[in-house]
Design a protein around this ligand. Structure first.
Ligand code: MG
Length: 336
């Protein structure tokens, strides 16, 4: 069943009790420290207008000052692993969205909701651990107000084409107090209250921001690792390589058994796959690997890096083959 945003009839995620240890509190050597409890780490943050933030450091915590506005990191970030710890105010005041509300805005646009969701009901896509207005958490792993809680986030930024159109949506994985609450969810666009704005092309790196929603939510131990951008979908052939289409008759000339100097063998056959004829190769065993033709003698593996080059005899028939794959280089002569 599909739900509109902020639907109070939506089933509540099960309430669970998280473990006592707050997530991966210890940071790795490549982490960028954004707040470590010191006044000096405020240098990493600024107000929306660009000046010093009015949020305060109190008892080693970075505390939202109601009415002072959001805070932004000075640096911009794209794909990242983020660790952040937060505590809702004690005693708890207000209810629903009014209790312990803040938020982590990835790239300043995509909110992971912070809310005191301990025995405090609200619409599920607005409770702690939700992607605000889009995805409720898988479970409610909230600790009581005043207790430190952790978010561990894996964020993949959206990608845009040069013309500004969307190429790849943003994705978020989130652990709340060490418990998986968002599993690589695909964001519809920037998060918002009562509205769904479509993606709008933006930079690859934008500041992280924390929300002032009128509650003195506290933060500590904020660090982030930049992670390398991965290709989301493997491509059978790099764009730069041309592919030729060979007939069954031409491919059949390569078929046979080829032996190396030490007697090891590789085999080639032709099979029809998805209405095209493909040359396939078996190295060492009987696993047949699809090949992609780049000429009548030059092939690559469809899914694995490597090359296959046939040498022809005087009559233009393949007589030997050179194969490079993984750390192997194979030279083999056709034996039948
Ligand atoms: Mg919020």
């Amino acid at each position: 069943m599909n739900w509109k945003a902020h639907d109070l009839n939506r089933p509540r995620p099960p309430v669970i009790e998280p473990s006592v240890q707050p997530g991966s509190a210890e940071r790795s050597s490549d982490a960028i420290v954004l707040f470590d409890g010191t006044e000096s780490s405020l240098e990493n943050w600024q107000s929306q207008a660009g000046g010093p933030t009015k949020w305060i450091v109190s008892d080693g915590a970075f505390e939202a000052v109601p009415g002072s506005g959001y805070v932004f990191t000075r640096m911009g970030f794209g794909d990242c692993q983020l660790h952040i710890e937060w505590a809702a105010p004690l005693p708890a005041e207000g209810e629903g969205q009014g209790r312990g509300n803040s938020g982590v805005f990835l790239m300043g646009l995509y909110e992971i909701q912070i809310l005191d969701s301990y025995q405090n009901d609200t619409y599920p896509d607005g409770q702690a651990g939700s992607i605000y207005g889009q995805y409720p958490p898988l479970v409610n792993a909230c600790r009581p107000p005043g207790h430190w809680q952790s978010y561990d986030v894996v964020f993949r930024r959206p990608h845009f084409r040069p013309d500004g159109s969307l190429e790849q949506v943003a994705r978020v994985t989130l652990l709340h107090n060490g418990v998986l609450v968002q599993d690589r969810v695909e964001l519809w666009g920037p998060t918002g209250w009562l509205q769904h704005d479509p993606y709008q092309a933006h930079g690859d790196r934008l500041p992280l921001s924390l929300q002032d929603h009128g509650n003195p939510v506290r933060f500590r131990n904020i660090w982030l690792r930049e992670i390398s951008e991965t290709a989301e979908v493997g491509s059978p052939v790099p764009v730069s390589e041309s592919v030729v289409r060979l007939t069954q008759v031409v491919l059949a000339k390569h078929v046979g058994r080829y032996e190396t100097g030490n007697g090891a063998a590789c085999k080639f056959r032709v099979r029809e796959v998805l209405q095209e004829y493909r040359l396939q190769c078996a190295l060492y065993d009987d696993r047949w690997l699809d090949l992609v033709p780049h000429s009548t003698t030059d092939f690559s593996f469809r899914w694995t890096a490597g090359r296959i080059e046939f040498s022809l005899d005087d009559e233009g028939i393949p007589a030997s083959v050179w194969i490079q794959v993984a750390e192997k280089e194979i030279r083999a002569k056709k034996v039948d």
